[in-house]
Design a protein around this ligand. Structure first.
Ligand code: HEC
Length: 151
């Protein structure tokens, strides 16, 4: 755990407020998370659920051999991906490589959301994780931050 804390302190550009890392609701830059929540409700909740709880039976392939939309909360695995990977998944879309079909089951939002909206919606998802998951994801994002951060 110490390794994660040190990593978090090095991340000076991060939106995470280290002192409040154990308080999920306050650990994320609130303005960005708030606008991200609005974008989530408009563009993502239809598949990932109003409370980001995922589609029913999300762990099992459906009749087409495709994985349904997973949760983004602490029950899911979104927190295992770095900022750049999450950004690319939302921007360019995604499908599990083992899906039977080739269609992008996770649609590309690059033409729909601005880069700042993509960052904001991911920032909102970060408010749904446990402190440990947040620390893990912060560590994963060292050197793998959002591509257009700072623009
Ligand atoms: C049409 C339904 C649909 C919509 C709308 C949708 N998604 Fe998805 N999303 C999926 C599916 C299905 C997957 C699982 C893809 C797979 O792994 O095969 C997924 C996967 C993801 C993943 C990867 C999670 C992981 O741990 O592998 C992220 C991140 C994600 N979606 C974010 C979003 C965001 C943010 C939005 C809104 C901007 C959104 N999705 C809108 C269907 C959707």
């Amino acid at each position: 755990m110490r390794r994660f804390v040190v990593g978090a302190m090095i991340a000076t550009t991060s939106q995470i407020v280290i002192a409040n890392a154990s308080d999920e609701s306050q650990s994320i830059n609130s303005g960005r998370a708030k606008s991200g929540r609005a974008a989530y409700e408009q563009y993502c909740s239809s598949c990932h659920g109003a409370k980001a709880q995922g589609a029913p039976n999300w762990q099992e392939r459906d009749a087409n051999g495709e994985l349904p939309a997973p949760p983004h909360n602490a029950e899911g695995h979104t927190w295992r991906h770095s900022d750049v990977d999450l950004y690319e998944m939302v921007n360019k879309g995604w499908r599990d490589p083992f899906n039977r079909t080739k269609q992008l089951t996770m649609p590309a939002f690059g033409g729909v959301l601005s880069p700042e909206q993509v960052r904001a919606v991911i920032t909102y998802l970060k408010t749904l994780w446990t402190p440990e998951q947040t620390q893990f994801q912060l560590e994963e994002s060292q050197g793998h931050s959002f591509p257009s951060e700072g623009q």
